[in-house]
Design a protein around this ligand. Structure first.
Ligand SMILES: [Zn+2]
Length: 1109
């Protein structure tokens, strides 16, 4: 639809995109985008759902079905498993009456949700805005939308009821014997909270320094709900004192839930932890000092000056900004409270007008993109370095973990709007780290007002007080914190590891737990229909699982279980003492229940032989099955019920469209429509999977989906099960063990990574930012539990997240702002941990400085996430137009507001020189491209990847790296563990760069192509490919032979090294010029024209035309 105040996109490009599209956040569309994307991200969902839960999950009365109500293959139907796959196993016995009352919670079965509450329905966002209804003035870009317009109170209700679910769980005798373990179950949102019984009288501190109201607006729940799905902390009315937000590190329930709600967790295995302060810090200093000294310290603080708090953070440094040596010289502090020589923040020369000074001179120049064609760096593009004082910057968070689209934060929303660039964060919070400081301290020091963890960017007013860098509240330094476990010196709180590391992990004390940390529980759900058996996947999966059984993250508490399904559901009793596993068949898929639940999830160590026996037997058991139906929905319901009491991970393998029972789907793909990209079905056709995912999330269960299908399986619907439960989606298109053998290796490798990678359970993540900034839209796989608390039943090291932000209040007088993510999780060893990342960025006041600090990769990544939302909520062509407009608008703004002299050509700031190229690459990416024959599931899967992958992989998938590999040398090579890894330069993605006498490797992330030119040197062909001549290169070659030649060693080392960098396994296709796969290779040549897409140069001309209007 045409848009007011904005001429429709012109020229060939627009015709390709369809008639004039809308921009991301332009006027009315802005609103619709933000609205819809929030809906899709779960917030919207949560805001509409609560009503459902209040009815559907009533107070927790355990359901005791009357006998006969459920049918299942009772004991007489138990079939022993045998390697022969006896007919007995395959003959489904007739169902008999139930012989025992299964433990189940039927009341939470999702299909009971009233249809009127179809919350998964996609809001008709864009259509609700009539063009012209808004004045043209609104056509200003506003990437940062007013945050959180969604009602949040209702979300709270939702969780209240989830909590209610918990309350009826095993601990029906509330608070009887073991308060420590039972309290989390017994709180009920509505009634008089039992928390009171756990509050120590007198332990609540006096309401000193009431927290800033703006940190927690009254309209939203003061505290985040606990990760265990606990109550939304309706504060007991009886609580006499205490500011709502002042949670104390004491074992009060209130503070406990407070801590939980606020904290966020990231998991890490102990194996990766190299620096642990446990031993040093464990003794001696107990967590007894925080609450009580607070008033005293404040009192003491009065001596040093009440004037401090009114000064901007970093004031203390102003005396010695340019003297980095200062802070290393140990100033004697005992002379009484005095400013610390902490190198943190706000050196005076961090001012907006000097924002670009730390950049290389080239960073300051403008580039005429039409003239300078060689803009692609030959080495991987690095994130821009924030323009902070060197001493601060060296403490800053690694950009691989945490980065911002704008490393110079605009001081006002008006300035941000002017820049026409999106403001947001990209996170990889649980990344595998080789070095991670871990602190075990009974006191975790956090701001008493906003709950920020102490970090390198706070300022110490003196040795007893620190000022929060997010809300500016002055806090006391707890006595324990005065001792530095690293230096073993007392009186150096600013040298503590917490203040020296932007990334750190805390061992969380008991107040961060709402229940005892859950054991690792792994449930595998296998499709065993005829179609599934045909693919042969079960062999690979069971074999890989067998091989890695001992490497599953866990401890002696690890539990494991298996379910298989076709048109019925099969459980496997692994009860101790059995000589072999027993299969229990439940054929009533309308009302699934769990037979003998106590023996279906069993301890891995104690029952390993039975488990191994089952894994060896399983692939043969169904080989004669003719059952074609797939009851995925009921199987997932069964899995959910089985996992509910503990939480854990469900891994479901599916090979076709679910056809019977709840959640069954119909094919919606019309192959003829693929290329047009019109009316394609990107939205779920049912909300069943989403609702079930939310139920799972409430019980700390995540579902990972492995889709191995040659036919349309409606991933748009199925994927919801993972998306909202914080799971992962894997897709193996046309998996077949014989017809598609390279997929077998891919599945093996990726499954091994999946099974053995770190995992965090019952996690929550919260992102905080300096007062004035506000986070409003989240991207990734999770459920937004409260306004900003992400619920992550599982967290894995391969998941990325993105958030959009806006400047809510002007950042006047703030030289810097900070962002902090905190991930609270339970490790596979049963430890409660908190991983914290803090990033500090300067604030600038001019448009030029904003552009100077632009991070083009982060911007591209965030735009890609926004474009997925737009594709789903509006249309693919809308999303494409919005991407193009993002380039046009930012370069137009740069031209009209920054450049003093109008020059011909297409001018871009140096920082954005790759912006048009990256956006063009997005348009040609499978998620967003048109005019090609992409399967719908493949497109949806790519969209899932955009949403869930860390930025580095998203960029690789969008703009692959191209290398010439027939002339690799050791020059500039890396040396890692005695291996020499060549580092060839990265080439532009254009056939112009290809020479017929060369060989080239294209690394597109999840796939690699090695293209061999017709005249490629004989040396390479024989020494690397191991064949005599070009014509003898096999048509479907996917492996390089390991030859005893230097060339072979180098090439293999390089490719192996590339593969090691990522959690997925890229298949390598070695192709000759005549290969049918050549078109896939050429498809990734972003700079070249294709049938349906512009070349880079044409794209630039199009942009220029629009910019110069
Ligand atoms: Zn604070």
């Amino acid at each position: 639809m045409a848009q007011p105040g904005r001429p429709p996109a012109a020229s060939g490009h627009s015709s390709q995109n369809g008639a004039g599209g809308e921009r991301y956040s332009n006027g009315p569309v802005q609103n619709s985008l933000m609205h819809s994307s929030q809906m899709l991200d779960g917030q919207g969902f949560s805001s509409t759902v609560p009503g459902l839960y209040s009815h559907q999950i009533p107070t927790k009365v355990p359901v005791h079905p009357s006998s006969g109500q459920y049918n299942f293959g009772g004991s007489q139907n138990v079939s022993p498993l045998s390697n022969q796959g006896s007919g007995q196993t395959l003959n489904r016995p007739p169902v008999g009456p139930i012989s025992m009352a299964p433990l189940q919670h039927a009341s939470s079965v999702p299909q009971m949700l009233p249809p009127s509450q179809n919350s998964a329905a996609i809001p008709s966002s864009s259509s609700s805005f009539v063009p012209g209804a808004y004045p043209p003035a609104l056509s200003n870009w506003q990437y940062g939308q007013t945050p959180m317009s969604q009602p949040t109170g209702s979300q709270t209700n939702h969780f209240a009821h989830v909590a209610g679910t918990l309350s009826t769980q095993p601990l029906s005798s509330s608070g009887s014997t073991n308060p420590a373990t039972s309290y989390q179950y017994t709180v009920s949102p509505g009634g008089p909270p039992l928390q009171n019984s756990y509050m120590k009288p007198g332990s609540v501190p006096p309401p000193v320094n009431r927290p800033l109201a703006s940190a927690f607006p009254p309209s939203r729940p003061p505290l985040g709900p606990p990760p265990a799905g606990g109550p939304p902390l309706v504060r007991p009315s009886a609580t006499p004192v205490g500011p709502p937000n002042s949670s104390l590190p004491q074992p009060l329930l209130n503070s406990a839930t407070n801590q939980e709600g606020d904290a966020t967790a990231a998991a890490s295995d102990g194996s990766l932890v190299q620096n642990s302060y446990d031993a040093i810090e464990g003794g001696g200093f107990m967590a007894t000092t925080y609450p009580s000294p607070a008033p005293q310290n404040l009192k003491m603080g009065r001596n040093v000056g009440y004037s401090y708090p009114t000064l901007p953070p970093g004031y203390q440094n102003s005396s010695s900004p340019g003297a980095p040596g200062m802070q290393s010289s140990p100033l004697q502090y005992p002379a009484g409270p005095q400013p610390f020589p902490q190198p943190v923040l706000g050196t005076n020369h961090i001012t907006g007008s000097m924002g670009g000074l730390s950049l290389q001179p080239e960073g300051l120049r403008s580039i005429n993109l039409l003239q300078e064609r060689n803009i692609l760096p030959t080495t991987p593009l690095q994130a821009p370095v924030p323009n902070l004082h060197e001493e601060i910057q060296k403490l800053n968070c690694n950009p691989e973990l945490f980065r911002c689209t704008l490393t110079n934060i605009p001081q006002t929303q008006a300035l941000l709007n002017k820049a026409k660039l999106p403001l947001g964060l990209l996170l990889h919070p649980f990344k595998d780290l080789s070095q991670l400081p871990v602190v075990t301290s009974s006191t975790i020091v956090r701001c008493r007002s906003c709950r920020t963890y102490i970090n390198p960017f706070v300022s110490f007013l003196d040795q007893r007080r620190w000022k929060c860098n997010l809300c500016y509240r002055v806090n006391d330094v707890p006595e324990e914190f005065m001792y530095n476990p690293v230096t073993r010196v007392y009186g150096e709180p600013h040298k503590r590891p917490e203040v020296q590391n932007a990334t750190i992990e805390f061992m969380a004390p008991s107040e961060y737990m709402l229940r005892p940390p859950q054991p690792p529980v792994y449930l595998f759900v296998f499709d065993v229909s005829h179609n599934a058996v045909e693919t042969g996947y079960l062999n690979t999966v069971c074999k890989t699982l067998l091989d890695n059984l001992d490497l599953l993250p866990g401890n002696t508490r690890t539990k494991i279980g298996f379910i298989t399904f076709d048109s019925t559901i099969h459980f496997y009793s692994l009860q101790e003492g059995l000589s072999q596993p027993q299969m229990l068949i439940v054929s009533d898929i309308e009302d699934v229940f769990i037979p003998m639940p106590e023996n279906l999830l069993v301890n891995l160590n104690e029952n390993k032989e039975l488990i191994q026996d089952l894994l060896r037997t399983l692939p043969q058991m169904f080989t004669k099955s003719l059952e074609t139906q797939s009851a995925l929905g009921p199987a997932l319901q069964a899995a959910f019920k089985l996992m509910s009491p503990t939480g854990g991970r469900i891994s479901v393998f599916q090979t076709q469209l679910p056809s019977v029972g709840v959640g069954s789907l119909k094919s919606r793909e019309e192959p003829n429509q693929r290329a047009s990209a019109k009316d394609i079905h990107l939205t779920p056709s049912t909300d069943f999977y989403k609702k079930l995912a939310l139920d799972c999330s409430g019980q700390q269960v995540a579902v990972d989906l492995f889709l191995l299908s040659g036919q349309y399986s409606d991933l748009a619907s199925l994927g919801c099960i993972s998306r909202y439960s914080a799971g992962s989606v894997y897709y193996y298109q046309s998996y077949h063990h014989q017809h598609n053998p390279v997929q077998v290796e891919k599945l093996q490798k990726e499954l091994k990574r999946y099974l053995t990678r770190k995992i965090g359970f019952e996690a929550v993540m919260r992102i905080r930012c300096t007062k004035g900034l506000s986070i409003h839209t989240f991207h990734g796989n999770f459920f937004v539990r409260s306004t900003d608390l992400l619920s992550l039943p599982n967290v894995n090291p391969d998941a990325g997240y993105a958030v959009q932000m806006s400047v809510e209040e002007n950042l006047t007088d703030m030289p810097v702002v900070s962002f902090q993510s905190a991930l609270l999780y339970t490790s596979s060893k049963g430890e409660r941990r908190i991983r914290v990342h803090t990033m500090c960025l300067p604030v600038v006041t001019t448009l030029n400085d904003v552009y100077l600090g632009a991070d083009v990769q982060a911007i591209t990544g965030l735009l890609a996430n926004m474009a997925v939302d737009r594709s789903v909520s509006a249309s693919l062509s809308d999303a494409r137009d919005a991407l193009v407009n993002a380039v046009i608008d930012s370069l137009s703004a740069y031209r009209s507001s920054v450049l003093s002299i109008q020059q011909p050509g297409l001018m871009a700031p140096y920082s954005l020189r790759l912006f048009p190229l990256h956006v063009l690459a997005l348009l040609k990416q499978k998620a967003f491209q048109t005019g090609t024959n992409i399967r719908l599931d493949e497109r949806i899967f790519t969209m899932c990847q955009v949403k869930n992958q860390p930025l580095i992989f998203l960029m690789l998938m969008t703009h692959p790296n191209l290398y010439r590999v027939d002339n690799l040398t050791d020059e500039g090579a890396l040396n890692i563990n005695d291996r020499t890894i060549p580092q060839p330069p990265i080439l532009q993605l254009s056939v112009e760069k290809l020479s017929r006498d060369g060989a080239y490797l294209m690394d597109a992330g999840s796939v690699m192509f090695m293209w061999i030119g017709k005249n490629c040197g004989q040396n390479f062909i024989s020494q690397v490919l191991g064949v005599p001549s070009y014509v003898s290169i096999p048509q479907n070659m996917t492996h390089l032979p390991e030859l005893e030649t230097a060339e072979s060693t180098r090439t293999i080392a390089f490719i192996s090294w590339l593969r090691e960098q990522r959690p997925f396994f890229p298949i390598l296709y070695i192709i000759r010029d005549e290969s049918p796969l050549k078109s896939s290779f050429l498809q990734n040549m972003i700079e070249d024209r294709t049938e349906s897409a512009l070349s880079y140069y044409e794209f630039l001309l199009h942009i220029q035309q629009q910019v110069n209007k």
